[in-house]
Design a protein around this ligand. Structure first.
Ligand SMILES: Cc1cc2nc3c(=O)[nH]c(=O)nc-3n(C[C@H](O)[C@H](O)[C@H](O)COP(=O)(O)O)c2cc1C
Length: 290
């Protein structure tokens, strides 16, 4: 048979591991156990869920894992994205062994725990927030959205949590790079496939860029992306970006810079269409007066 021909494979439980190859992230989820100790659990089934407003992640876990029980009780957790290095991944596999209590498993923890980075204003009265992992290149501090039904499968004990992303923390270096679109952290990729003996990981290599065809034109995302690169401290609403969609690509940077300068002069942090109209009116008035 030709190697290149498609063949059927039976869809088994855990099909992403048993019936396919499936690239996934590797995260450590920190929660607070009943005794007050921080618990770290290893997870890969943790993906963006709602991406516009109410930003959230979806986590799939056994409903009796320490992580699931702690989230149900405390409603909070942090998703720590660990970098690729073999020592960390070894520890991550050890922290991913089911059936251990927090006290038992955390004796093996080699990651450094530091306090949540939520500011006093971001904290709810009376809520204790879990520590985060110092070695992570990025952390999402989250609150469980318990309005959303968790789907529990009584037999497999599978359950799903929608985790509202309250705060994204990036190490400084990566924050700078994300705006430049250059230089990425070394991230582990869980290959999906596992057997009874091993988990399989690999490291991302240096990515290359593939240019979006010119004829696809400017989109809200293009404007948003360019605006963030020019001045990360000013947030653009989608409606503001929309106003620049018709600007030819070669003039886009200049147009954004003009708006940014005006916003800075007036101490504006959020770019809105109303503010852009104000700048336009002011400029045409200035021109007429000259
Ligand atoms: C790399 C890796 C990824 C894992 N991903 C998941 C996952 O997405 N969902 C899950 O239920 N278990 C996953 N596990 C197994 C859990 O880590 C394991 O059930 C562990 O007991 C969870 O810790 P906790 O009980 O402290 O929450 C994974 C384990 C490893 C090593």
């Amino acid at each position: 048979m030709d190697d290149n021909e498609f063949v059927n494979i039976r869809i088994l439980d855990n099909f992403y591991q048993t019936s396919s190859f499936f690239p996934m992230p590797v995260v450590l989820i920190s929660t607070i156990s009943e005794s007050g100790q921080i618990n770290l659990g290893s997870y890969s089934l943790c993906f963006p869920h709602t991406i516009s407003e109410n930003h959230s992640m979806i986590l799939t876990t056994r409903s009796n894992s320490n992580t699931a029980e702690n989230i149900r009780r405390t409603k909070v957790c942090a998703i720590n994205f660990i970098p690729y290095d073999k020592k960390s991944l070894k520890n991550c596999v050890l922290l991913g062994y089911p059936g251990e209590t927090t006290e038992q498993k955390m004796k093996n923890n080699k990651f450094t725990l530091i306090p949540s980075q939520r500011t006093e204003e971001e904290k709810k009265v009376g809520v204790r927030y879990p520590d985060i992992v110092q070695e992570a290149f990025q952390v999402f501090e989250c609150t469980w959205n318990d309005e959303y039904p968790i789907i529990n499968n009584e037999e497999t004990l599978e359950c799903h949590f929608i985790l509202k992303v309250d705060k994204i923390l990036l190490k400084n270096k990566w924050k700078e790079n994300i705006f430049k679109g250059k230089g990425f952290p070394s991230m582990p990729i869980d290959f999906g496939f596992r057997d009874n003996i091993n988990f399989w990981f690999c490291k991302n290599t240096d990515p290359y860029s593939e240019q979006i065809p010119k004829e696809k034109g400017t989109t809200i995302n293009t404007v948003m992306y360019a605006a963030r690169r020019i001045e990360p401290d000013i947030e653009w609403t989608e409606e503001a970006c929309e106003k620049l969609i018709k600007v030819p690509r070669i003039f886009l940077k200049m147009a954004i810079k003009g708006c940014v300068e005006a916003a800075k002069e007036e101490g504006i942090k959020i770019m809105t269409p109303e503010f852009m109209d104000k700048i336009r009116d002011k400029r045409s008035k200035d021109k007429q007066e000259k």
